[in-house]
Structure formats: structure tokens, C-alpha cells
Design a protein around this ligand. Structure first.
Ligand code: ASP
Length: 328
């Protein structure tokens, strides 16, 4: 009994650390994949570190001024979509036909409202269309031509399908016959000052996808989910497996109903339920206390976090590609 009491006393500070409250938190990802040697390529990795840093700073500017989660998530995902380094918006990967079909979704944890689009061909920023679906329609998901038409009717910026191409993707289109794997996606999860969670994800999908294939990213519960009682989640990786394991909802529900710590539950899903062969990829997640996780079972995942401590006001920020995080 005495030993039990002492053990509980010793564990108390640890529990407190796990439940440490943060004023706000923002976590981003820019896709998971092999990324062999990228960390050692100083010139190339510097571009990704700088982009992740910019994304975090954009989110921080909004959250520190009291802006709400959706505003921060939209601004960060827009930034990634406009940056050709990432597989979302400009720079998106191509279909087997050498065209571009984009997916995105966003969800708010305070009321479980959500919006998603799949197979967009002409909307410059797919996450804006997903947000409009959430706010302006009685629906959750619009797909294909109708989704493009809806976005146009909302006055969103419309572009030619080849706008999404970059010199890199044009080369991939030339090489379509070669077997190759190119994936990556962008996502952002936020705990704002108001205590609400938001998650958003945007992607070009999997390289050489066929027949109108839709991955996990626009599927609420698979690639994106947010529930204030659970957590906010954005996934990246082999979408078919993330759909089968309903990864984002699975994680939020483990936190909500099983009261598992978000890091433990996320590790379990990414390393036990999924693995590098069957469900290659990772996720980012944050709960209402500000605990967050960024596990991946792939070679690497572009990722970063920024949070502000409640008492001290101290801001912590780091970015990573492979195993190691780089504190900024
Ligand atoms: N999950 C995305 C999809 O399957 C791709 C990725 O994240 O790399 O469409």
C-alpha cells in the first residue's frame, strides 16, 4: 500500500505534464514518404524547413491575435496549396491520364461540422471549396464536376487544369509509363485560444491514380476528423489503408472513449494497426489540452509544431523531415 502511494506520488508530475494546458497549438504536415537522404541534402531540406516554418508562422499570427482555428487552418493549407513543393494545389501529383484531380476537407471539433471535395479539376485552392461546402450547403461532400461548378458559383478562383503542373510534375507526366511512387499531402490541426479543435487536409492524391479514385484525405473520419471531446487529426499516406482503418475517427474515439493519451493512441494506429507496408504514412493530431502527436511509419514526414504555454507565454517551435526534429 505504501509503495503504491509512493508510486502514485512519483507519477503525478508526469500526469500533469501530459495534461499540461497550452494557450494554443498548431501542428502541420507536408506529406509522408520515403524521403531517403533528404535530410542530408542541405540545399533541398532547407527549402522544406523554411516552408514548414512559414506555415507555422502564418498560423501563429492568426492564433496569437485570437483568430479561430478554421481561419488558421485555411490560411496554412492555402499557403501549402500555393507552394509547388507540396502535393496539394499547385505541385499536386498527376493521375494516370496526366491530369490533376484534387481532394480536400475541413472539420470543426466544436460542432462536428465538416466540408469536403473530391476530384476537383479547376479550383485553385481546394480547401476553400471544402470550407464553402461546410458553410454554404446542407451537404458534407461534393465530388467531380458538380464540386467544380459549386466552387465557381461561390466565386472561388478557377484555373485551367494545367495550372497545377510544375516542371517536376510535367516530367512525371512524361514518365507515366515508369513505375514510380510519389505521395505527399498537406494538413493542419489546431487548438485555438477558445479551446476549439479544427483539422484540414488537402492533396493531389496518389501518383497515377485511375478511374476517379478518391483517397482518405476528403473522407471525414478517414483522413480528417475533429471532435473537441477527442482530438483533431489530419493524415497522410496510402489512403486505401487509412480509409479501411478509419484512422482519423479511430484516433479521436480512442482519446474520447478509451481516454488513451493522444500520442499513445496515434502510435498504436500508425505502428500496430498500420505499418510501412500496409498503410505507409503518418498523421498529426492535437487534443483539447494541447497534447499533440506526429507519428509516421514511413521514411519521413514533413512536419512541424508550434505552441504557446499558458503561464509563461513561451512559444516552442520545431520542424522535421526524418526522425529528428529541428528546434527553431
Ligand atoms: N493520403 C493521400 C491519398 O491517399 C496521399 C498522401 O497522403 O500521400 O490520396
Amino acid at each position: 500500500m505504501k509503495h503504491l502511494f509512493i508510486t502514485v506520488l512519483l507519477l503525478l508530475p508526469l500526469c500533469h505534464m501530459l495534461a499540461q494546458e497550452r494557450e494554443y497549438v498548431i501542428v502541420v504536415h507536408g506529406g509522408a514518404g520515403a524521403m531517403a537522404g533528404l535530410e542530408n541534402n542541405q540545399e533541398k531540406s532547407a527549402l522544406y524547413y523554411a516552408a514548414l516554418d512559414s506555415a507555422l508562422s502564418i498560423g501563429n499570427a492568426i492564433l496569437s491575435a485570437g483568430g479561430e482555428g478554421p481561419e488558421a487552418v485555411m490560411a496554412v493549407v492555402n499557403y501549402f496549396e500555393n507552394n509547388p513543393l507540396f502535393n496539394a494545389g499547385k505541385g499536386a501529383t498527376c493521375t494516370s491520364a496526366g491530369t490533376f484531380e484534387l481532394d480536400a476537407s475541413i472539420m470543426e471539433g466544436k460542432d462536428l461540422t465538416a466540408g469536403a471535395v473530391a476530384g476537383l479539376k479547376t479550383v485553385k485552392n481546394p480547401i476553400n471549396a471544402a470550407y464553402a461546402v461546410k458553410n454554404k450547403t446542407p451537404h458534407v461532400m461534393l465530388a467531380g464536376e458538380g464540386a467544380d461548378r459549386f466552387a465557381k458559383s461561390q466565386g472561388l478562383e478557377i484555373v485551367d487544369n494545367m495550372y497545377f503542373a510544375t516542371p517536376k510534375t510535367l516530367k512525371w507526366i512524361e514518365d507515366l509509363k515508369k513505375e514510380s511512387k510519389k505521395n505527399g499531402t498537406v494538413g493542419c490541426v489546431v487548438l485555438d485560444k477558445q479551446g476549439n479543435l479544427t483539422a484540414g487536409t488537402s492533396t493531389g492524391g496518389m501518383f497515377k491514380k485511375q478511374w476517379g479514385r478518391v483517397g482518405d484525405s476528403p473522407v471525414i473520419g478517414a483522413g480528417t476528423y475533429a471532435d473537441n471531446e477527442g482530438c483533431a487529426v489530419s493524415c497522410t499516406g496510402h489512403g486505401e489503408y487509412f480509409i479501411r482503418h478509419v484512422v482519423a475517427y479511430n484516433l479521436s474515439t480512442r482519446v474520447k472513449l478509451l481516454h488513451q493519451p493522444v500520442g499513445e493512441a496515434a502510435d498504436y494506429i500508425i505502428h500496430q494497426e498500420l505499418n510501412a507496408k500496409e498503410g505507409n504514412g503518418g498523421l498529426i493530431a492535437v487534443d483539447k489540452k494541447g497534447n499533440f502527436a506526429m507519428p509516421f511509419n514511413s521514411g519521413g514526414m514533413f512536419r512541424g509544431y508550434l505552441y504557446k504555454e499558458k503561464g509563461t507565454g513561451k512559444i516552442s517551435k520545431a520542424v522535421g523531415i526524418g526522425e529528428k526534429m529541428k528546434t527553431l
